[in-house]
Design a protein around this ligand. Structure first.
Ligand code: SF4
Length: 431
């Protein structure tokens, strides 16, 4: 965390964010004040975080606990109570999409179904329901339950079809398990089936990555989300210390993998829809992170509200106890100042690799001229080209953005999550 590279990247990102968003934006998450309540919401998305995993993949940074049957009912009751809290606090908003992640949602589908039923009772659910699935859980019964719950888009955490790569990331099943799961999902009439594929794994070659993409497409995936092994600085997270041996390949190899992915997808009819995502044909886009606003349910779930970000306590017991007593489990809040909300919107449009120029004035208000200047610099540097009323990232623009996102994760997400893991109700976390 205190390496020269880390300190330099922190200095650069802090200078850029201060210039863009302005000095009045405080980059500090704090305990919300007693009199704070969330603003009224007309339309938003909903994220449900299911924290259970059968075993922990050694690289995984997400909030999770080992699955125990005795925890499922308290989790379900607490999640339903939290849905009620949000509905009372923000009103009967239209929910334009639901994303169920984790953890491993497919471990506890009866629980997820009950929470979804409450979402339908308390809100107006009009959008798609997407869920993450784990290869080890997908069978005919799982598929039927997903259909019964109204799930339309599914994502399978394949990561790799190659035994040596599965071993590196601590997956304890054979490749045929993921192949069988993907085949079943692809044959089961979902609106779209996404496969997650990892790259930049130790000792992995670019040919390994494209072989995985090819296999996923052959088995029926119509969307491919590729992501590198994130190097969260585990030395700050005690329980990951044993992972010190797991290191990401250097920049040259990462770039070679990234180019190979872009080339393979272009050649095989997969259009780029985000820095890491590609889709085939006209299927609805599968995405976990690009929504403009969302409310979060579950331990460690975040929410993006019109007046700032909030984050639930990461501690499962604290979250259960608080929500079941009718109180909010929000532990930390970072209010927005100036045009922060608009800059956040622009950040995700960069992630989409396509920036709608006509929307800049509405999204960024007073800062729209500054944003235009930056987009001009991005264009002149060869990282983006104009296409009609959009600015589109070039392949090299997308690569450098993917790298910047890695640093973003290191600098911000890791700082926040490390502290939030240490204590259920931190006083403040500066990012
Ligand atoms: S199954 Fe998913 S959430 Fe659970 S430890 Fe592995 S990567 Fe993390």
């Amino acid at each position: 965390m205190n390496s020269p590279g880390y300190r330099l990247s922190r200095l650069i990102t802090r200078s850029i964010r201060r210039y863009l968003v302005g000095a009045e934006q405080r980059w500090v998450f704090e305990r919300p004040s007693q009199d704070w309540s969330p603003p009224h919401i007309e339309r938003t998305s909903l994220y449900l975080h299911v924290p259970f995993c059968r075993h922990f993949c050694p690289y995984c940074p997400y909030t999770k606990v080992h699955y125990r049957e005795s925890l499922v009912e308290p989790f379900t009751v607490a999640a339903i109570a939290e849905v009620d809290w949000w509905a009372d606090a923000v009103g009967p908003a239209e929910i334009t999409s639901v994303y169920i992640g984790g953890g491993t949602p497919t471990l506890v589908l009866d629980s997820v179904a009950r929470v979804l039923m409450r979402v339908r009772e308390r809100f107006r659910l009009t959008g798609d329901i997407c869920t993450e699935t784990n290869p080890a859980d997908v069978d005919v019964e799982t598929v039927q339950r997903l259909h019964d719950m109204g799930v339309e888009l599914v994502s399978l955490g394949v990561e790799s079809f190659q035994p040596q790569n599965l071993a590196v990331i601590g997956r304890d099943y054979k490749p045929f398990v993921a192949e069988r799961a993907l085949t079943l999902l692809a044959e089961s009439n979902f609106a779209s089936v996404n496969a997650d594929i990892m790259f930049a794994l130790p000792h992995q070659t670019a040919a390994d990555v494209t072989a995985d993409l090819s296999r996923a497409a052959q088995l029926g995936a119509d969307q491919l989300t590729t992501y590198p092994l994130f190097t969260f600085p585990y030395t700050t997270v005690g329980k990951y210390l044993r992972l010190k041996a797991v290191r990401m390949p250097n920049l040259r190899i990462r770039q070679a993998h990234y180019r190979a992915i872009s080339g393979w997808c272009a050649e095989h009819g997969f259009e780029r829809v985000s820095v890491w995502g590609f889709k085939h044909g006209t299927v609805p886009r599968y995405s976990s992170v690009t929504r403009d606003g969302y409310i979060g349910v579950g331990p460690g779930a975040g929410s993006h509200l019109s007046d700032g970000f909030v984050l639930n306590t990461f501690d499962l017991n604290s979250w259960i106890h608080t929500t079941c007593n009718g109180r909010t489990a929000i532990a930390l809040r970072m209010p927005f100042a100036g045009e922060m909300s608009g800059w956040w919107w622009l950040y995700w449009r960069f992630y989409d690799t396509r920036i709608p120029l006509d929307d800049l004035d509405v999204a960024l208000g007073n800062d729209a001229p500054k944003a235009r200047q930056w987009l001009k610099i991005v264009e002149q540097a060869g990282f983006a080209v104009k296409n009609g009323r959009h600015l589109e990232l070039t392949e090299s623009g997308a690569f450098w953005l993917h790298l910047a996102q890695n640093y973003f994760a290191l600098n911000y997400v890791n700082t926040l999550w490390t502290q939030a893991r240490r204590e259920p109700w931190p006083q403040a976390v500066a990012i």
